[in-house]
Design a binder for this molecule. Sequence first.
Ligand SMILES: Nc1ncnc2c1ncn2[C@@H]1O[C@H](COP(=O)(O)OP(=O)(O)OP(=O)(O)O)[C@@H](O)[C@H]1O
Ligand SMILES: [Mg+2]
Length: 266
Amino acid sequence: MTTASLPTPGPSTDGALLELRSIRKRFGAIEALRDVTFSIAAGEVVALLGDNGAGKSTLVKIISGGLEPTSGEVVFEGVPRHFGSPAEAKAAGIETVYQDLSLCTNVDVVANFFMGREITKRVLGIPVLDERRMREETARALEDGGTRIPSLRTHVEHLSGGQRQAIELNRFVHWGGKLVLLDEPFAALGVEQTRRGLEMIDRVRQRGIGVVLITHIMAQAFAIADRIVVMRQGAVAGDLATRDTSPDEVVHMITGEIETVGTRNP
Ligand SMILES: Nc1ncnc2c1ncn2[C@@H]1O[C@H](COP(=O)(O)OP(=O)(O)OP(=O)(O)O)[C@@H](O)[C@H]1O
Ligand SMILES: [Mg+2]
């Protein structure tokens, strides 16, 4: 991990961008999360692995304001936070990227990039959209992110899943996002698009953004993550630097054949 040239994150107790402290989440009788402690630094990629129902999506929804924890604390940039909605988390710089959900498919790439942040100019005293400036800024941002889209005038409905993800990630970086949560972003993508997606994550990391990647594919986790966190039955079953573990060991942590490894909350 390179941290030397990264922008300084806000005040923090120990350099963590985000910390979850003893998070519990109950859905009636189901304990989806039991005493989860988790942290991520700026510029770090954490792969979150675990079997179906282990609690990964629940954890991500708590970080992104989609769910409130039953108990425990969410600390973002050193400050305890209560995100009451995804919009509140987003305003703080936390965003979830799904494959297709958050772009408007019936307008073009530029309109999506500037959704809610449109630039206007005055023509004869009347405010009109400054299409040229928005197009130029979008083109520059996509180029900086290493993303090539054939035409920015293409309606998003005609773009592939991978191109849509790339636009979302670029948009997030452009507007000053700090932590991005990816819940199985490559599940529907082909080999080449997945490779590009992993490259995008690397670029996002180099800009000092934290990335949580939920994936069921071990090779993706080992290809990109600085750290691997394994969830099992609502608890953290392993939390290790990628270089200190192996796919075999991670499989054993997922299935429960070995006990909790390297976690701060055994
Ligand atoms: N809204 C809900 N109401 C009731 N139970 C829920 C709700 N959301 C999740 N659960 C339960 O919480 C547990 C954790 O679910 P979660 O979706 O976090 O798993 P996951 O690790 O993301 O699994 P997958 O890999 O299948 O996506 C499961 O037992 C699930 O049934
Ligand atoms: Mg899930």
